[in-house]
Ligand binder design. Structure first.
Ligand SMILES: NC(=O)c1ccc[n+]([C@@H]2O[C@H](COP(=O)([O-])OP(=O)(O)OC[C@H]3O[C@@H](n4cnc5c(N)ncnc54)[C@H](OP(=O)(O)O)[C@@H]3O)[C@@H](O)[C@H]2O)c1
Length: 334
């Protein structure tokens, strides 16, 4: 497994991380046994970075990871690094009601996460979305206190823009910014990526397969559970979906000519963007994980990169990446 280091102050992690969200939430039902087997297979293959959020299935995802870590060998357990997002407020019906970044809330969220994960520390801790009522300095300062206390190793950010990155980095060292980045979503390239590079902060990229849309496995007639995020996502709706899948077919021709899959090409493209970028793949089955891991062996040369970017030009994906109400919560889009 190749490694990459998160920022100038963060940990060394596998070049691909495993995003565990879909094992508990947002993408319909997942198979618990297969989810745990997928985490074990990832660790066995050398993946060390496991990404989660305390609100994914309202604690379910952390408990799942905790169980997977307890039931794997000690070598895997020792090298596994947890990246946890917090701050989302939920209700009993599964609804979402904003974010809480107050220092007292940071301590409280962290205590519950440690208990659910069954660990004595979290490797990278970050608020999922900025709390508009609480300056980022206060939230990051509260995490920094937990670093001092030994409960957190490193501080990350999620979906924030250049100004917030600078303000946060002025308070404490930041290892990485977690943000969507893929052939379908290149918004970070103008301002955010130059800022993280200037400040020595890495990117942990999510949605590298555009939540499955850019995987080569998505079909127009796929039936989605009522609670599947993708049923509400503009990119998966109506004519947007048709146009986006047409782009995938153009990419498929390039992938097939190289003897690889669409998903591998999409992941290899993100890997090719720089040593400071670590794609989080959202595999929740071992076959999908195996496919993703092979992306590490795919080299895209200059000619391949030109062909890939001609197939999926910047800004060519149709539809916003979140529904309007969720776009409004993204500091990174302001
Ligand atoms: N910071 C944030 O705001 C934020 C937001 C979202 C996610 N994240 C994190 O980033 C992680 C990755 O995001 P994501 O799950 O949306 O990313 P993704 O990798 O773009 O999408 C994952 C989905 O793609 C489908 N897929 C098809 N072929 C695949 C393959 N070969 N390998 C992997 N997946 C394949 C799977 O859907 P099916 O199983 O349904 O086929 C899977 O659930 C999440 O797990 C979460 O930890 C962070």
């Amino acid at each position: 497994m190749r490694n990459r280091t998160l920022g100038t102050t963060g940990p060394t992690v596998s070049a691909l991380g495993l995003g565990c969200m879909g094992m508990s939430a947002l993408y319909g039902e997942a198979d618990r046994t297969e989810s745990i087997a997928t985490i074990h297979a990832a660790l066995d293959a050398g993946i060390t970075l496991l990404d989660t959020g305390d609100f994914y299935g309202m604690g379910h995802n952390e408990m799942l990871i905790g169980e997977a870590l307890r039931s794997t060998g000690s070598a895997n357990r020792e090298k596994a690094l947890t990246s946890v997002k917090f701050g989302a407020l939920r209700d009993a019906a599964g609804g979402w009601s904003g974010y809480d970044g107050r220092p007292a809330a940071v301590k409280n969220f962290l205590a519950y996460s440690l208990q659910r994960l069954g660990t004595d520390h979290i490797d990278v801790y970050r608020i999922a979305r900025v709390d508009p009522q609480v300056p980022i300095e206060e939230t990051v300062g509260a995490i920094a206190e937990q670093v001092e206390a030994g409960y957190v190793r490193h501080i990350g950010l999620s979906e924030v823009g250049a100004d917030t990155i600078r303000r946060a980095a002025a308070v404490a060292p930041i290892s990485d910014l977690q943000i969507e980045y893929s052939l379908f979503e290149r918004g970070i390239e103008d301002e955010i990526l130059p800022t993280t590079r200037e400040l020595g902060i890495s990117i942990t990229a999510y949605g590298v397969l555009s939540r499955g849309l850019l995987s080569g496995h998505w079909t127009r007639d796929r039936q989605l559970a009522a609670n599947d995020f993708r049923g509400m996502s503009p990119r998966f709706s109506g004519e947007n979906l048709d146009r986006n899948l047409d782009l995938v077919e153009t990419l498929r021709k390039i992938a097939e000519a190289k003897g690889v899959t669409v998903a591998q090409t999409a992941i290899a493209w993100v890997l090719s963007r720089g040593e400071d970028i670590v794609p989080l793949v959202g595999a929740r089955r071992r076959d999908r994980l195996a496919e993703s891991l092979r992306a590490l062996e795919v080299t895209l040369d200059a000619e391949d990169l030109t062909a890939v970017e001609r197939a999926v030009p910047v800004g060519s994906a149709s539809g916003e990446r979140y529904p309007a109400s969720q776009m409004a919560q993204l500091d990174s889009e302001k």
